[in-house]
Design a protein around this ligand. Structure first.
Ligand code: ZN
Length: 401
């Protein structure tokens, strides 16, 4: 049994405890209290003026894109950003070379140093799986498939070996469709079926990110259509759904409580309410949204709708770093009315639940092994939760155990 004392303990499953003590037994949380459960003072390690909280969950990354850091500049229109990305990345999508893997390892070191314990990582090549295992980073890897012209789920079968080879590293791997503008309904449905009958029935999808996506779904026109035609991916028999992104997926039975809907920048209140009613999780990545030209997400509306909100950074192709605390700072700036505790819960427990990792991670609850973060505090912090969403830097972060 080891016990840690700190100026503040933020268990997430309840209010912060001033002068709190966290007891850890065999790597598991045994108790959180303001005095310790009768343990002698000599056994308590006093960490001083810090806040202890569970490791953070980054619910949306693309670690394999880490080599693109600084190479894809911010854009004013999403399709322009995508064009640059696709141009630089062409021919490398399935590569697992040192040039791609070394930046993944660096990125994992950085995200650990900024307090992240687990990720929901979207991947085409599965290049991040081995580095994740080597670094002890937890999480779920979503093997992303796409193809606007796919007329069935044949792609699932033809990529099965690739997943089987990566699965030997012991990281949970499941399938994911990319987005409605890049993935046919037939492929979407086949992925949903395959995922539902697997031992990791979680699915993630990019949804409602850009106005161009909405235009394509509502009217069948706009820059996305132009781009699909240019690259030869357009389908003449594609029926314009004439509805919004959430309605489109719901119509085809593709949304449920096991779905992580990423971005949602363009979603109206009705769509957010539907996500809430279905029990889906909305993963917000505000800094990336701004970078790729779709504008900031309506964070206050997200929370007002009651939908479960998790936090992601997206990839280093659209954000400066993978620090979830920096994402929280942006969320606080965008949504002053949302309680700091709700934001912290999004970056911990909500993400853990969405990824099926909450038996172990997400809060300092008895029996869990969430990792303990000690965040250095300045003197006289009046509201510790507010401070924790004000922009914590890696220099303030220490892993206690
Ligand atoms: Zn993404």
């Amino acid at each position: 049994m080891t016990a840690y004392k700190a100026a503040w303990v933020c268990p997430i499953d309840r209010a912060p405890v001033k002068n709190g003590i966290v007891e850890v037994d065999g790597g598991q949380i045994a108790a959180v209290s303001d005095q310790g459960s009768g343990i002698g003072n000599q056994q308590i390690s006093d960490l001083g003026n810090v806040a202890i909280l569970p490791g953070l969950i980054n619910a949306h990354t693309h670690l394999e894109l880490s080599w693109l850091r600084g190479r894809v500049p911010p854009a004013n229109r999403f399709t322009d950003w995508v064009k640059t990305l696709v141009g630089i990345r062409r021919g490398t999508e399935q590569l697992i070379t040192p040039d791609i893997v070394a930046p993944v390892r660096d990125a994992i070191r950085e995200l650990r140093a900024s307090g992240t314990v687990a990720v929901g990582d979207v991947s085409n090549s599965l290049a991040a799986v081995e580095p994740m295992k080597d670094a002890g980073l937890k999480g779920v890897v979503f093997h992303e498939l796409l193809g606007f012209k796919e007329r069935d789920g044949a792609l699932i079968e033809s990529t099965r070996e690739q997943r089987a080879a990566a699965a030997r590293h012991g990281i949970q791997i499941t399938l994911a469709p990319h987005a409605p503008y890049s993935t046919s309904v037939e492929l979407f449905r086949a992925i949903r079926r395959a995922v539902s009958s697997s031992d990791c029935p979680i699915m993630t999808v990019h949804l409602g990110e850009s106005p161009e996506e909405v235009e394509l779904l509502e009217r069948g026109s706009g820059p996305w259509r132009g781009m699909l035609e240019t690259i030869g991916a357009w389908r003449d028999d594609w029926e314009v759904p004439a509805c919004g992104p959430v309605q489109y997926l719901e119509r085809h039975g593709l949304l449920d409580s096991q779905t992580l809907v990423v971005h949602g920048v363009q979603l109206d209140d009705r769509s957010l309410e539907r996500l809430q009613a279905l029990g889906a999780t909305l993963v917000t990545c505000p800094r990336s949204n701004r970078w790729v030209g779709v504008g900031y997400p309506p964070i206050e509306r997200f929370y007002r709708s009651g939908v479960a909100v998790a936090v992601g950074t997206d990839s280093l192709a659209s954000v400066d770093d993978l620090n979830v605390f920096a994402e929280l700072k942006t969320m606080r700036y965008l949504a002053p009315s949302v309680p700091a505790r709700s934001l912290l819960e999004s970056a911990t427990l909500v993400g853990a639940k969405a990824l099926g990792l909450d038996r172990e991670l997400g809060s300092l609850t008895r029996g869990k092994q969430p990792g303990l973060l000690a965040i250095a505090l300045p003197d006289h912090v009046a509201d510790v939760e507010e401070y924790l969403v004000s922009g914590i830097t890696p220099a303030q972060v220490t892993w206690v155990n």
